[in-house]
Write a protein that binds this ligand. Sequence first.
Ligand code: GLU
Length: 491
Amino acid sequence: MTGIRVRFAPSPTGELHVGGVRTALFNWFFTRNHGGKMILRIDDTDRQRSSPEYLESILTSLKWLELDWDEGPEVGGKYGPYFQSERLNIYNDEAQKLIDSKKAYYCFCTPEELQAEREINLRKGQPPRYSGKCRQLSPQEIKDKKAHKNFVIRLLSPETGQTVVEDIIRGTVVFENNIFDDFIIIKSDGLPTYNFASVVDDFYMKISHVIRAEEHLSNTPRQQIIAEQLGYKLPSYAHVPMILAPDHSKLSKRHGATSVQEYKEMGVLPEALINYLALLGWSPGDDRELMSINEMTDLFSLDKVSKNPAIYDLKKLIWLNGNYLRTMKLDVIVQKALPFFKNSDELSDVVHSYQEDDFKKILEKVIDLVRDRVKTLRELVEASGYFFRNDFTYDEKGVKKHFGKKNAGEILAKVYRTLKDVEPYQPEQIKNALGELSQTLNLSMGRINLPTRLAVTGRTMGPDLFEVITFLGREKTLERIKKAKELFTSS
Ligand code: GLU
């Protein structure tokens, strides 16, 4: 396919959420797979609800995900401007063309008149359609009314027949034209409606494929009618399935984090989020799940996108994230984790007490030890505290269980002596020395290792104990064992 041009058209009226990213992603896969262009258009005609902060946040989220665009904000392009708010003259010109060719007309009906019409229709058991009464106004009447009345511009819409949407994902979808009345294309404030602006832009931006959320499918026949009246060639359409919450209701805030920003703050990796969202409604045709963005781009095709709604499963996203954390290159994870350490209440002062490069070297070792056990970058920080600080808290249950035993103090004292003498101070030797101690005392390894771990980390579980002890170094380890013995044991 040549000349592929797709657009992602967010409205800057909120953060970029998972549904939006998934739409952006399918557009991106499709166009990158076909060597086409990705256009980012900002649908900001709703002046009241749009804000520069949301725009900024959407752009930041897309950049974080590395979903780049070839034309749009910050990069320009020859079919701009790419902000609808800067294209109002284009919509007005197109509306004027429709007026001139009698395919659209001014409507001066007041909200009260329209309401009265609606009630009459309802009483007759008819759908609440606009009667089209302003179609008949003479040029003089229009001129007079325009001088002192508000007006909208309505499109003359077909009353009979059908409008057929050929959707790449959903197949042929037929709409009866009698459900449409003469709908508004320019509102009384002079701004275009979404349907009108969208069609005009898709045409002038030479969009070949409109790939968007299923909730817009009901707008598509109206957009086709507008395009026909304007004599535009239609783009191809693909409506991607809805994303539902696990309880099959519409995914919303109450189901937890839904915006990219929130995931970023939770320590989800962009690679994992992309991988997860790609699988919401699409699969490469086998049960592969872990795929790089390049692999997915190569494998992507719209005909493998499902018609059925996709169910959002946060647990699976987090599971996938854990996989990425374990398997990505260590230096990459260090780089991504660094801001989380810098911003953590617990560790930021520690981080800042080092030169950044020195800290990164230490962090590399810590991450290597703990990353198998965590699923997000945030958890990585939480799991790393005791590597850097002596003032950690001790797991309460663990304290009762392991330090409460009558010979706990004696065991800690022996561990202390063993670790004081072991040479070289390395995992293998430490392991052997503690092993010998367990034999000498005729105690299981657990009776030695569990209180030792609790004393040096405050926790009952964690990475390889001998590695941890080696990382901490003799001095710190001994200090911690002594402290725990004094705090919790009497012997
Ligand atoms: N601004 C619209 C939205 O965010 C775009 C819909 C479309 O792609 O046409 O839903």
